[in-house]
Design a protein around this ligand. Structure first.
Ligand SMILES: [Zn+2]
Length: 187
């Protein structure tokens, strides 16, 4: 199945995990930066559903966002491979998690809620808080790295047995199945 490499991936199961996927193909040299410009980060906020209003992003906000992203990635990967957590990464995530997330409100019908007038720092605070909540909870034991050598995205395994091997069955799972099928056909 063809997928646009630069397209954002939302298979992580949590917004903080999906944020780490804005740096893709980490196994490859060069890897893939999915938010090369401030406008790309603004687009990610929209596609991730964190806001329905485009948010202006500055170059320095983009740098901060990437720093937060890499810190989250290091900590989550540390959880996947049961390594000790990087102190510096913890400091970066905590700094963002301490900031105020965007305000929320109920709509008139009392069901939906929307983020009100979000700013980049609030949205990053929201992502950082999600990361703290996840990394510091028992759910962190369900963090996985996709078994596909050409993917290696992180995701949260929410299957009952906790034995999911791929970030997405549609993409990496079916590719693996196809490869095994071909190998069998060759024998
Ligand atoms: Zn994958």
């Amino acid at each position: 199945m063809f997928q646009d490499e630069a397209a954002f991936r939302f298979v992580g199961g949590r917004v903080s995990v999906d944020f780490t996927a804005t740096h893709g193909l980490r196994w490859r040299d060069p890897s893939l930066e999915r938010i090369p410009a401030p406008a790309d980060l603004a687009r990610w906020f929209l596609e991730a559903g964190l806001t329905d209003i485009p948010v202006p992003v500055s170059a320095s906000a983009l740098r901060s966002a990437r720093e937060l992203r890499e810190a989250l990635y290091r900590l989550m990967r540390g959880r996947v491979f049961q390594e000790s957590l990087d102190r510096r990464a913890i400091d970066v995530v905590n700094r963002w998690a301490a900031k105020a997330p965007p305000a929320v409100r109920l709509t008139a019908d009392g069901t939906a809620k929307h983020l009100v007038e979000p700013a980049v720092s609030g949205l990053l605070a929201f992502v950082a808080r999600d990361g703290v909540d996840l990394i510091g909870s028992p759910h962190a034991n369900r963090l996985r790295q996709c078994s596909s050598d050409t993917c290696t995205l992180l995701y949260l395994d929410t299957s009952r047995a906790g034995s999911r091997r791929w970030c997405s069955m549609q993409a990496c799972g079916s590719r693996d199945k196809m490869a095994r099928y071909r190998r069998r056909a060759d024998e």
